[in-house]
Design a binder for this molecule. Structure first.
Ligand code: ACM
Length: 494
């Protein structure tokens, strides 16, 4: 088989030129001409998946028509994916003169396959005979199950419409988790039925004095349903026992002396806290975490635990124990920021590593006790860091994070001594102190979220920066067509 020709439609292509992001496990060009995908019919195991596939193809300019001679067939088949791959998300995509066939053991893999196919449709060929996809077989499976984005909707509020666009982006990059940071010093962004005063009194503020906002129970339900259809799990976060000024503003009983704290619209951290021995504290945490856990369709609730700078370790540990217990009693698995390693943890608790400053020993000990790790090292995966010192948006406390910084890192080597098998996955994170609009948010996410997605999906030996920067350049047209702003970093020839 010759790999020399790289013109779609004229024989085998150089596989490294196929614009698939994240990069698959196995890419085998086939001999023979490419397949014209101007008009196709879609056959799928159910109507919902057929509609999602049609939506993806239409977005790439491919018309879907039941009478079209070229078929895109989606079929459930356990014998799919790379040889030996165990992930239930694995899939095989075959594009040949016979049409397109995607197989996977589960529906999520079929959608991954459609998304890879969508990336293979040349940009700008919409509806024309030019929409020719190279003949190829892709066998693919992700490296990690937890591939996510953590999004702060407190410092600036982003509502249901923006969040659906974020779900679309997350899904396009084959990520599975959207973690929403819903409570902090500057606002309370989730309706809690047992404690309506939280949103009544503390949702109308944000950094810099804007209107804020919050998600109602119904809006969260609808968002979770939208995400679940796209195989994205929403993980809500109630941050405690620090980052609680919105709570102590709404509920004065949480403060010794009973006087509510003032609203806060700045960007400092570490000044607010709960008091464990305050009689109002445990009922508050039971109500809020219990309600939020019951409102959560997915298996995880994040209970924060970061940057508690004014509490002794024994009191902090009691908060970790209580918060995790309440979440477990509601049948969910607790997630904590890395500081939770200093509390008592049940096996299976998830710790989200974020701060690369300091000693890794507590994390190695937590892993030995059965904690699972999601890696979000700020100097790689915090997408609110500026790209360069001159970048108009973002912060720089963890340094500048250019696209290549978000790409060139290995999750198992972030914490020396952490057993590789303790790593459950990778999450990008974006904090919104400086981000006020959807375009500003997306321009910080893209293109770096694509890099983090590839870190989470693609086995280390198959990652390659030169290939990635070429493949990511090819995404620009689709991002523009979707209305997703991105930062045209000079590290890529767009
Ligand atoms: C964090 O960045 N404080 C988790």
């Amino acid at each position: 088989m010759s790999l020399s020709a790289d013109v779609p439609g004229r024989g085998p292509v150089d596989p490294s030129r196929l614009p698939i992001v994240p990069w698959p496990s196995v890419v085998e060009p086939l001999d023979g001409p490419g397949v014209p995908l101007a008009i196709v019919r879609v056959d799928a195991p159910d109507a919902r998946l057929a509609a999602l596939a049609a939506e993806q193809l239409a977005a790439a300019g491919v018309r879907v028509d039941d009478g079209a001679p070229v078929g895109v067939t989606l079929r459930l088949d356990p014998a799919s994916g790379p040889p030996g791959a165990a992930s239930t998300e694995r899939y095989t995509l075959r594009v040949s003169a016979d049409g397109v066939v995607a197989t996977a053991p589960e529906r999520v893999g079929l959608l991954h396959a459609v998304r890879a196919l969508r990336q293979l449709v040349p940009a700008g060929a919409a509806g024309a005979a030019g929409a020719v996809v190279p003949a190829v077989v892709v066998h693919d499976a992700p490296r990690y199950p937890w591939r996510g984005l953590s999004l702060d909707v407190v410092r600036h509020f982003f509502g249901p419409q923006d969040l659906r666009a974020v779900v679309d982006l997350v899904g396009a990059l084959r990520l599975r988790v959207l973690h929403l940071h819903l409570t902090d010093d500057q606002g309370w962004r989730i309706e809690v039925p047992s404690r309506p005063e939280l949103t009544e009194r503390s949702s109308g503020t944000q950094v810099g004095g804007g209107r804020g906002g919050f998600l109602t129970v119904e809006e969260l339900r609808a968002l979770q349903a939208y995400a679940a259809e796209r195989f994205v799990t929403i993980v809500p976060e109630v941050d405690q026992p620090g980052h609680v000024n919105a709570a102590t503003h709404a509920i004065g009983e949480l403060v010794p002396g009973g006087r509510p704290t003032d609203p806060y619209e700045g960007i400092e951290v570490g000044f607010s806290r709960l008091w464990f021995d305050n009689p109002a504290t445990e009922p508050f945490l039971r109500d809020v975490l219990g309600d939020v856990a019951r409102m959560t369709d997915g298996p995880y609730v994040h209970v924060g635990g970061d940057e508690v700078l004014t509490m002794d370790p024994a009191e902090y540990a009691r908060f970790v124990e209580l918060a995790c217990r309440v979440v477990r009693e509601a049948g969910r698995t607790p997630v904590l920021w890395q500081e939770g390693a200093h509390g008592p943890l049940e096996p299976g608790t998830v710790l989200q590593y974020w701060d690369p400053r300091g000693d890794g020993a507590p994390f190695v000990a937590a892993a030995a006790a059965g904690a699972r790790f999601v890696m979000s090292p700020a100097d790689r995966a915090y997408l609110d860091m500026k790209y360069t010192p001159e970048h108009p948006l973002g912060l720089d406390w963890a340094g500048c994070v250019e696209l290549r910084d978000s790409y060139d890192w290995e999750p198992t080597q972030v914490v020396p001594g952490l057993p590789p098998e303790a790593v459950e996955g990778v999450s990008a994170a974006v904090w919104t102190e400086t981000l006020t609009t959807r375009d500003e948010l997306f321009s910080m996410l893209l293109p770096r979220l694509a890099a983090v997605a590839e870190v989470a999906w693609t086995d280390a030996p198959r990652k390659d920066w030169t290939s990635f920067r070429r493949r990511v350049a090819a995404q620009g047209a689709a991002w523009r067509a979707a209305g997703w702003a991105f930062h045209p970093t000079p590290q890529v020839d767009w």
